[in-house]
Design a protein. Structure first.
Length: 339
């Protein structure tokens, strides 16, 4: 017996509901399994620390304990108990003395990366961002390598203890356009040699080919709208290199790419684009558009003068084609915060 259209539609709805139930159940099972693994490893770490404390073991004897313990556990329990893994379990208990503070939204691999961060505030930032932005382990590793924490601190041209505390407590909370801007943006995923000359069109094409990586670098809430978006004024066509929409800010984000030094006329043109989008493109539910001029280099003082008196949300940032030196960025943060 063949089903009529209404029955087929009802059957499709039933399939959709069952699929949603099964998907939810699988997520819950994965969450429960992950939580059980974290709790187990935390308890193992506690047992190791308490054993060390009872025996009053010195550091080098503690290391020897982990080596012997690893051999015995591999024999009795199976794989997964290497010395490095046991060290991480021990560190998990020390860094997170209350098991309830561990998040089942993060895997053991996430926590192994987080445990490598000595500074508690920085570690808390990456933990919050991993949860809020749902970073995979690979994404967390990239953000660590590209010094996202330090770049966010330096994006406003200054760093202070209040900003450090805010990032540590809440991650990168986006409540205004300035919260999402980084300086510099790291585009190492494009694979372009640092000193190789590149045309703006080629840079744009490479970013589009690696749009997922670029969205990760841009941050939370970004959706790609398109490239070379036309702006027509007085029968003359202009083109915005890349346009995004940020769901958190509820605003269009326009990006112009400059492979050379920032010039004042670049700011004037972006300001024109923002005025056009505000008047012609924005819906009633949209907030004012945001402009970012992404350039290879800029004179900070000249940029400040060029931006003076502009009412639009317009920012200038540099990009780099390689992972910046962590120590240099940390030193910049210390100088900016007066430490």
């Amino acid at each position: 017996m063949n089903l009529d259209k209404s029955n087929v539609y009802n059957l499709q709805q039933l399939v959709a509901r069952i699929t949603e139930i099964v998907g939810g159940a699988r997520l819950q099972v994965a969450f429960n399994v992950n939580t059980a693994i974290l709790n187990t490893y935390w308890e193992i770490g506690r047992q190791i620390v308490e054993h060390e404390q009872e025996g009053g073991l010195r550091a080098k004897y503690g290391e020897r304990l982990l080596i012997e313990l690893s051999k015995l556990l591999k024999k009795n329990v199976g794989k997964g108990f290497s010395r490095s893994n046991l060290q991480n379990m021990r560190a998990l208990y020390i860094v997170y003395p209350k098991c309830q503070t561990l998040s089942g939204k993060l895997s053991w691999s996430h926590y192994c990366e987080l445990l490598s961060i000595e500074d508690p505030g920085k570690r808390s930032f990456y933990e919050n961002e991993s949860i809020n932005a749902r970073w995979s382990v690979r994404e967390l590793q990239r953000q660590l390598d590209s010094s996202l924490f330090e770049r966010l601190l330096l994006s406003e041209g200054k760093a202070n203890k209040r900003k450090v505390m805010e990032l540590a407590k809440e991650g990168n909370k986006i409540s205004s356009p300035s919260d999402m801007v980084k300086d510099p943006y790291v585009l190492e995923f494009l694979g372009i040699p640092e000193n190789k000359p590149i045309l703006e069109k080629e840079l744009e094409a490479r970013l589009i080919r690696r749009i997922e990586d670029f969205l990760l670098e841009l941050g939370k809430g970004f959706m790609f709208v398109g490239s070379q978006q036309r702006v027509t004024l007085a029968n003359k066509h202009y083109y915005v290199d890349m346009v995004f929409y940020n769901k958190i800010l509820k605003a269009y984000v326009l990006i112009d790419l400059k492979t050379g030094r920032l010039e004042p006329e670049h700011i004037g043109k972006m300001n024109m684009y923002l005025n056009y989008y505000k008047t012609e493109i924005n819906e009633d539910t949209d907030n004012a558009p945001v402009g970012i001029i992404l350039c290879k280099d800029k004179n900070i003082i000249a940029a400040e003068y060029a931006l003076g008196g502009i009412n639009n949300q317009l920012f200038t940032s540099r990009y780099t084609l390689y992972i910046p030196d962590k120590e240099a960025l940390i030193e910049q943060v210390k100088k900016a915060s007066g430490e």
